[in-house]
Design a binder for this molecule. Structure first.
Ligand code: PA5
Length: 445
């Protein structure tokens, strides 16, 4: 497997020596990730994680998935941010687009605690009333408010419906080894638990049980996902020359373009199943790089859909954008445009063509049009959407993000800015200890 980084469509905007000039910094940054000499070096557990996942660990996760799935229609996965997006991204990418409307061999996965919607959670409780349900609750800190509220609701539902003893089979908690309210609760209730390693931050945790357990419940091959990540980890090591090193290349071109005033990167795809891969990517890059008043703003679009909305801005709006095309070389289905004798819709010039061939021409046409409009285009190509390739892609993006963050001079592994809203929310809710701040805030409203 590989991620093919094609920089040829950035050539009108970037001279080769500019890439060469920054490539050394990419190499040094990559080395710092491996030597632990950079910022945030207590959060580098993800770097070698694919090599450290044992067969026993995979088996343990698969067994837990089987227990959670037994005679179950719906598994509620509770989590937010890094405790939610990775699993959702992989499951959506691998699932049939209409699987939510059909009954398959594996339970449906639904999500909770990724928002504080009263209607959303009330509707979820209505829905699971008639379903056999189990739950995975995920919070590294074990103290995040959104998933904690959702878990209180789902836990009560499960206990009322099945009793406390059966709830132990139907609830798995993924959290810190020793700290946090969720750890205490899970130990007190006797739930099966998995640990999120201390040195792996939320947005880098998809290859821990945070991602692997929900993905396994959804019926996908987590061993292949890990294998894909392992193969990519080999290709992105600092010992691999820049010319062959996809993570260093992607990190470098992003920083070259950023220095030229391209402050927004749009990750775009031509496959609607990848929508949440982009959401995961947005979190990874936005939370890692957006600090100290710097960082590329990560945005995303799903094409062709968004070509008929954001396409106008991309073509002709402010020239502060570059695009990263996530290209999929092969599709797994065979569907062609039918011939129609009457040809009233004038589409017979496409008759017998694969739908994907039309899609590919839309992609190439878009790349060329956007270059003409002043938007540099990076293309990241993977062979197909399967577990191995997605595992590779995930590790590639993680590695490039770590390198890119170091090139920018920030700590890519913290998120101090996320605390500001939480403190205000607690104060406005009069959480014990926040009352004084609450008074001050209310005076400003
Ligand atoms: O990347 C991160 O660290 C965050 O997005 C967290 O994953 C998110 O805030 C959820 O935190 P927790 O798992 O502690 O509930």
């Amino acid at each position: 497997v590989k991620v093919n980084v094609d920089l040829s469509k950035t050539a009108p905007f970037v001279a080769a020596p500019e890439i060469e000039g920054l490539s050394h910094l990419a190499k040094e940054s990559n080395k710092a990730l491996h030597n632990g000499t950079g910022k945030g070096n207590d959060f580098l557990g993800w770097v070698n994680l694919p090599f450290e996942i044992t067969n026993e660990h995979i088996l343990d996760i698969k067994q837990a998935a089987a227990t959670l799935s037994k005679d179950v229609d719906v598994v509620v996965v509770i989590g937010i941010g890094g405790s939610y997006l990775g699993a959702k991204a992989v499951i959506d990418a691998l699932s049939n687009s209409f699987s939510q409307y059909t009954k398959g061999a594996h339970p449906h996965i639904v999500y909770a605690g990724q928002n504080i919607g009263e209607e959303y959670h009330a509707e979820l409780l209505d829905f699971i009333k008639t379903q056999s349900v189990s739950c995975i609750v995920i919070s590294k800190s074990g103290t995040t408010t959104e998933p904690a509220i959702a878990f209180r609701l789902i836990k009560q539902h499960i206990e009322e419906k099945y009793g406390k003893e059966e709830a132990k089979r139907r609830i798995v908690a993924i959290t810190d080894e020793s700290k946090g309210a969720l750890r205490q609760l899970a130990d007190t209730e006797g739930y099966k638990t998995f640990v999120i390693p201390d040195n792996v931050g939320g947005r880098y945790s998809v290859l821990t049980p945070v991602g692997l357990l929900p993905i396994s419940v959804a019926g996908f091959d987590i061993a292949k996902l890990v294998e894909g990540a392992r193969l990519m980890a080999e290709q992105c090591k600092p010992e691999i020359a820049f010319a062959q090193n996809p993570a260093e290349q992607y990190a470098t071109i992003r920083n070259v373009l950023y220095k030229k005033g391209k402050k927004i990167e749009m990750l775009v795809n031509f496959n609607s199943k990848l929508h949440f891969m982009s959401e995961w990517w947005k979190q990874l890059y936005g939370e890692s790089e957006g600090k100290e008043n710097k960082g590329i703003f990560p945005a995303a679009a799903d094409f062709s859909t968004d070509l008929h909305s954001m396409g106008q801005y991309i073509q002709e709006g402010e020239r502060i954008l570059f695009e990263t095309f996530l290209g999929i070389e092969n599709v797994s289905r065979d569907l062609r445009v039918p011939m129609d004798k009457e040809n009233l819709d004038m589409l017979n010039f496409l008759a017998d063509k694969h739908i994907d061939d039309v899609n590919k021409m839309a992609e190439l046409g878009t790349i060329l049009a956007h270059i003409d409009g002043g938007v540099p285009a990076i293309r990241l190509g993977i062979e197909k959407v399967d577990e191995t390739n997605l595992g590779s892609l995930i590790y590639f993006f993680e590695k490039a993000c770590g390198i890119s963050g170091y090139m920018l001079g920030v700590n890519p592994f913290n998120q101090p800015g996320v605390e500001a809203y939480k403190a205000n929310m607690f104060a406005l809710l009069d959480k014990p200890g926040f009352e004084e701040e609450g008074k001050k805030l209310r005076a400003r409203l």
